[in-house]
Write a protein of this length. Structure first.
Length: 236
């Protein structure tokens, strides 16, 4: 980790984590988040703000930075240093799939969390798009669980085309971890896991969730009490 990456990381986290805490209206299913070990987190994709929301929550619970797949062409100049510092992992979409699997194998083999949005593009309104199966192939190959998650409200906080956060309330829900069905052949196993992952994302429940009561807010504040020690960005 270079001095520039460390400085960029510290500055970004000093801004983004308090922003998430102020705008977080509720978090459900934190008990489903593994405290250690690798897994693939799959979520709907309403806004680029999802990166900061999941980074803050995963750091609060696990004390480490997650990895986010990002197109390789984003890693240029100072932008490249920034992406490195916030846990982005470059993926060259023009190269063979083997290169992508090598990257995800390194991330998951190191015991890290890999965050993937299987819709493949931002989709700020329901219903969710069909899920692409890459995230589920990564999990099956590495022998790690898939953790389904849903996020709502981030599209108002950081809408398409905006670089400055706005007011808004964000809700997040995590579901129980999913594992591939070993009784199925590989193609059917991946298809089944993809379908179950999309169903478990439960976006409708997040949208319809009532405003959190005092007890829920207190649980949220405890969950978001970020640890004092920040290990900084991790590389693969």
């Amino acid at each position: 980790m270079t001095l520039l990456e460390r400085w960029t990381h510290d500055l970004t986290m000093a801004v983004s984590r308090p922003m998430v805490r102020r705008r977080l209206a509720g978090v459900e299913g934190l008990e489903h988040l593994p405290l250690d070990g690798a897994f693939v987190l799959v979520s709907n994709h309403v806004s680029f703000a999802h990166h900061f929301v999941y980074e803050a929550l995963l750091f609060a619970v696990r004390g480490e930075q997650a990895a986010f797949l990002t197109k390789a062409e984003s890693f240029t100049g100072l932008r490249g240093a920034w992406f490195d510092s916030v846990g982005a992992v470059p993926v060259d979409r023009s190269r063979p799939a083997r290169e992508v699997f090598d990257t995800t194998d390194r991330v998951l083999g190191a015991g890290r969390v890999l965050v993937v949005c299987p819709e493949g593009t931002r989709n700020p309104r329901p219903p969710m798009l069909d899920f692409k199966d890459g995230a589920f192939r990564f999990a099956d190959r590495a022998g790690v669980p898939v953790l389904p998650a849903a996020l709502w409200g981030a599209q108002d906080v950081l809408p398409v085309g905006s670089r400055v956060p706005r007011s808004g309330r964000i809700r997040v829900a995590f579901g129980p971890p999913l594992r591939p069905d070993p009784a199925l052949p590989r193609a059917a196993r991946i298809r089944d896991l993809t379908e179950r992952g999309r169903a478990a994302a439960a976006l409708d429940r997040v949208i319809a969730a009532p405003a959190p009561d005092r007890r829920t807010r207190l649980r949220r504040e405890r969950a978001m009490a970020l640890r004092d020690r920040d290990p900084g960005p991790r590389t693969v």
